[in-house]
Design a protein around this ligand. Structure first.
Ligand code: DC
Length: 226
């Protein structure tokens, strides 16, 4: 069974998708990390994120692959493991802008579809239920209010030991989240939107465990009906 989980940044997709995959014995695929690896490549090559032609040709030179170490996804960019360099605001913002590029998306979608064809996956992203796996047995659209998502990110940053002094700026984080949503939902190619047959879950007032349990239950029901 393939499960697609889409939703905006900070809704808890990756944490929950990982737990669901573990419970069901599937592989977790974080497609955002692939877009982030591509963004890192573009940043390293000083490509303007709005230069569509440059991105379309340059992305052909980026070979992105994924592998699993102790069940954890590692992302390789031209043979180098870049997993630990992907979760910065700069890389996230570049990924959000550059992911509007059609050629770049086509390349990553192909990789994602190959993975899902080879093994049962729980895959999270923005266009999994709508474009990558339109026939997934279960589709979830996971969201939460922008304020709750900003607070979660704020708390995550507070816990980081390598924070260089000062408190994170909650208002800025929320503004960033809102503009990222805006870009992800309004781009011409594969915008973030709920697939018609996706189950909507608003996690604003739910714990990670509650959301995980709900998705696992839906997956088991789906398995019984198949
Ligand atoms: O989920 P994330 O924050 O790691 O994703 C980073 C960016 O990549 C996000 O702003 C939009 C883009 N993305 C996408 O366009 N399609 C996906 N399937 C996954 C991510």
């Amino acid at each position: 069974m393939n499960i697609a989980i889409d939703g905006p940044a900070g809704a808890g997709k990756s944490t929950i998708a990982k737990k669901v995959a573990k419970e069901l014995g599937s592989i977790y695929v974080d497609t955002g990390a692939m877009y982030r690896a591509m963004a890192l490549f573009l940043i390293d090559n000083k490509i303007d994120p709005h230069d569509e032609n440059r991105i379309s040709s340059k992305c052909r030179e980026a070979d992105i692959t994924i592998a699993y170490q102790d069940g954890v996804q590692r992302v390789y960019l031209n043979g180098t493991d870049v997993t630990d360099h992907l979760r910065t605001e700069d890389v996230g913002n570049m990924a959000s802008v550059a992911s509007a590029n059609e050629a770049l998306r086509a390349k990553l979608v192909e990789l994602q579809q190959k993975l899902a064809a080879s093994t049962p996956v729980v895959m999270d992203g923005r266009d999994i239920g709508t474009v990558v796996l339109p026939h997934a047995e279960l589709k979830i659209y996971l969201t939460a209010s922008a304020h709750v998502r900003a607070l979660r990110r704020y708390n995550e940053l507070l816990e980081k030991e390598d924070r260089d002094g000062g408190l994170p700026d909650l208002a800025r984080i929320e503004a960033d989240i809102i503009s990222r949503d805006e870009r992800d939902m309004n781009r011409a190619v594969s915008p973030l939107k709920k697939a018609d047959d996706a189950v909507l879950i608003d996690s604003s007032d739910m714990t990670i465990e509650e959301v995980t349990a709900q998705i696992v239950q839906l997956a088991r029901q789906e398995g019984q009906n198949a």
